[in-house]
Ligand binder design. Structure first.
Ligand SMILES: Cc1cc2nc3c(=O)[nH]c(=O)nc-3n(C[C@H](O)[C@H](O)[C@H](O)COP(=O)(O)OP(=O)(O)OC[C@H]3O[C@@H](n4cnc5c(N)ncnc54)[C@H](O)[C@@H]3O)c2cc1C
Length: 550
């Protein structure tokens, strides 16, 4: 990247010394599974503050339906099989050492949560029920109340965090930027934040853990809640962190498509229970596309649906789950309730669906200890890029990653949090006020989301990507030079930066692999089995090689 995107270190001008100051050992930005698990681990050795930009209940974590992939019963499943499934989905770009580490630590951390009160669905004998999802060769998805796994996980972690003496939770507290000394290689020392009641504040921390989740909201169609605007990706980039695998976004094939409804997810587990995809003529089409039919990898199902939708102006695709009958409300009570709001009875009617942006695979590059290249800055969860997912995420591996890598980040940051670090330091961000005209933020936002969906979505083509990159450069010239004093403006500035990074990365990868599909380069090119890395100030992408787990 270059030019206007790399010019600003901070979104707003400020002098740290003139703002209210808060001090802590560890600052965690994000209160989803990764942030809360990190905070619980860090609070064993340190004082911790956790930020959520909205309410604690608003996170991708709380929306998760299908469940957590974990090997609990080694009589019917094995770590090696889970690892093999993850590597297959990752299409040659997984970091095998990371895959093994995360999969092997999952059961211990899940059992710990069960001991602390997390409820999972069980059969009549009290054994945990294990579901099946696409790409898994064994039933290894644990779930709660059918399709409310994320809510139960989030509520459990919030309860544990609230009970902890050394842990403070700040809701409605928006992190604008990571702060630190100027210059490359300088240490991260916390963040500048904004709260509607307290205004701007500086939170100084010896260690900062970024756990700010995903980027779904930069696409017009997304399953992600409104908090997922890529703030963490953008602030890390501005602070000098390396970002990797940014061209890989997972699009979920089945979200409810009803005018006026948000794109609510219809979990893959519904297809796992035998639901089929049919076109407007009632014809099942996935059997023509892949041997696993509806349970083929998500990118293949999403592209097949797109092809059906593009075949005629009024074409539509439906999920047919009628065979489940009264088992539907029992197994998927949340989805049943959602459909009832639109007078759809899945026991008797077809469910209209379309694909939507679901999961950000790329993010802040971390090592196996959740360390970024910026001293004092750690990252975990969806904002981080560990290499677990490679070029495509295996269903239900992300809550697992959040749990395991959150715990690692919280534990490992002790090395920084117990050092003596002199704080506060002088941080001055001078930005020349822009003399350009007022900006309609909502218009930039909707144009950005629309362009990302149409041209940087499920299918991409080099020429269009180049046009989008040019367009983003142009929008950036009059959007990134502004100084906003509210969240909506900062989010758009962040989204523009992240959208530009995704677009550049998608242009760079002149092949199709995993979740990244280029119609002009439909084949996989073995010479491109490397991961692209992006850093402020570098025009070209760097590359990281691959590690195997042996
Ligand atoms: C509808 C849906 C269903 C899913 N189903 C599954 C599933 O079944 N299994 C699975 O494994 N995965 C699933 N996923 C993916 C999974 O939920 C996420 O990848 C995971 O929860 C991410 O956790 P996280 O802790 O990294 O981020 P999140 O849970 O998204 O939390 C992000 C946190 O960061 C905070 N934040 C963001 N920006 C700022 C800022 N600027 N300042 C302060 N705070 C900020 C937010 O307020 C929030 O607290 C699903 C996702 C969605 C959207």
């Amino acid at each position: 990247m270059h030019g206007i995107f790399d010019e600003r270190r901070y979104l707003i001008p400020f002098r740290a010394v003139l703002l209210p100051q808060i001090f802590t050992d560890v600052l965690v930005i994000g209160a989803g599974v990764a942030g809360l698990r990190a905070a619980l681990a860090a609070s064993r050795h340190s004082d911790v503050i956790v930020l959520a930009k909205g309410k604690l209940s608003q996170s991708n974590t709380a929306h998760a339906q299908g469940g957590i992939a974990v090997v609990l019963d080694e009589r019917h499943d094995s770590f090696d099989e889970h690892i093999a499934n993850t590597l297959t989905a990752g299409a040659g770009l997984c970091d095998e050492a990371m895959v093994r580490c995360i999969i092997e630590q999952g059961p211990r951390l899940l059992r710990e949560l069960i001991d602390q009160g997390m409820k999972l669905d069980r059969d009549e004998s009290g054994n945990i029920r294990m579901g099946r999802e696409g790409g898994h060769t064994a039933s290894r998805i644990v779930h709660t109340n059918g399709d409310a796994t994320g809510r139960e996980l989030a509520e459990t972690l919030i309860r544990l965090a609230k009970a902890h003496d050394r842990l403070r939770l700040f809701e409605d507290c928006f992190a604008l930027d990571l702060i630190g000394e100027a210059g490359p290689g300088s240490r991260c020392m916390g963040a500048i934040t904004h709260h509607p009641k307290y205004g701007l504040q500086v939170i100084w921390a010896k260690a900062t853990i970024l756990a700010s989740g995903g980027t779904g909201q930069i696409y017009r169609e997304t399953t992600n809640p409104s908090i997922a605007t890529g703030d963490g990706h953008a602030m890390a980039y501005r602070a000098g962190a390396a970002l990797a695998d940014m061209e890989f976004e997972q699009f979920h094939p089945t979200t409810l498509y009803v005018a006026g409804a948000s794109r609510s997810l219809i979990s893959e587990a519904v297809r796992g229970e035998g639901a089929t995809l049919v076109n407007r003529d009632g014809r099942r089409f996935m059997t023509d596309v892949h041997e696993l039919a509806e349970l083929a990898p998500r990118d293949i199902v999403a592209r097949a649906i797109l092809e059906q939708i593009s075949s005629a102006p009024d074409a539509q695709v439906y999920l047919d789950a009628r065979h489940l009958g009264d088992a539907f409300p029992e197994r998927f009570p949340g989805i049943f309730k959602l459909l009832a709001k639109f007078e759809i009875d899945p026991r008797k009617q077809l469910i209209p669906i379309r694909p939507a942006m679901h999961y950000m695979i790329g993010g802040v590059l971390v090592d196996e200890s959740a360390r970024t290249n910026v001293p004092g800055l750690y990252a975990c969860g969806e904002v981080a890029c560990t290499g677990l997912h490679g070029a495509n995420r295996l269903a239900s591996n992300s809550l697992l990653e959040g749990l395991v890598c959150g715990e690692i980040a919280g534990r490992i940051c002790q090395e920084a949090a117990t050092q003596s670090v002199s704080m506060p330091i002088k941080v001055v961000a001078d930005i020349r006020p822009s003399d350009r005209s007022e900006l309609d933020i909502s218009d930039v936002r909707s144009s950005l989301r629309s362009v990302m969906w149409r041209h940087v979505g499920i299918e991409r083509v080099g020429g269009r990507l180049a046009e989008v990159a040019e367009m983003f450069d142009f929008w950036a010239r009059y959007t990134l030079d502004k100084i906003f004093d509210e969240r909506a403006g900062w989010e758009v500035q962040n989204a523009l930066l992240v959208g530009a990074l995704i677009t550049r990365a998608a242009m760079w990868r002149t092949e199709s692999r995993g979740a990244h599909y280029r119609t002009d380069c439909p084949m996989t090119n073995e010479k491109m089995a490397v991961r692209a890395v992006w850093k402020a100030g570098s025009v070209e992408a760097g590359v990281v090689g691959l590690r195997n787990g042996k």
